[in-house]
Write a protein that binds this ligand. Structure first.
Ligand SMILES: [Zn+2]
Ligand SMILES: [Zn+2]
Length: 183
């Protein structure tokens, strides 16, 4: 018996480093359990406590439903929390938050359709000024995280590189296609 294979005789799975000690894949271990949500079928890790996968965990699901039902309120709650944590001003009310149909930076629809990327998120135009009327606008979570994690120079360099790579890939594709057609 290979040590890196699941000990279940019929299971062909090879185990990752974390599972080799347990000896079974996620479906065949002694504590193997699936999410309690009917028809979910997701196998749960040994560490799982409540019997629900991340999607179906009741509290998370409830919070998510609340967020979808009232995104402005959710943004305010988080903003107030962050303001307190960072010691920055907070004086906005729901009237100061307008959710546009599309992300003003990326142009993608602002909704809950594409995981968390397209979710509306509250951004401070000038971070130090805090959450005060006029200094907040709503952009997509993706745009917000790009803004946070990279400087303007980083983003420009990234975009330049990416565009040139895409152009290069396009040239190659055309070249290969021409070769194929020529032969
Ligand atoms: Zn297995
Ligand atoms: Zn589930």
């Amino acid at each position: 018996m290979r040590a890196d294979r699941c000990h279940d005789l019929e299971c062909p799975k090879r185990l990752g480093p974390a599972r080799i000690k347990i000896g079974f894949c996620i479906e065949h271990g002694p504590n193997a359990r699936q999410c309690k949500q009917p028809e979910c079928g997701t196998w749960l890790s040994q560490l799982n406590r409540d019997g629900f996968c991340n999607t179906h965990r009741p509290k998370a699901a409830q919070a998510r439903a609340r967020q979808k039902a009232n995104p402005v309120r959710t943004m305010l709650v988080y903003a107030r929390y962050r303001a307190k944590q960072r010691g920055i001003p907070f004086s906005i009310t729901p009237e100061d938050i307008t959710i546009p149909a599309r992300c003003p930076i990326l142009g993608t629809p602002l909704d809950f359709s594409d995981g968390s990327r397209t979710e509306p998120s509250l951004d401070r135009r000038i971070p130090e000024l805090g959450y005060i009327p006029g200094n907040v606008w709503v952009i997509s979570t993706l745009a917000n995280s790009m803004k946070w994690n990279a400087s303007a120079e980083d983003l420009l360099a990234f975009s330049r590189y990416w565009v040139s790579q895409e152009a290069m890939a396009e040239q190659w594709t055309r070249f290969i296609r021409e070769q194929e057609q020529g032969s």
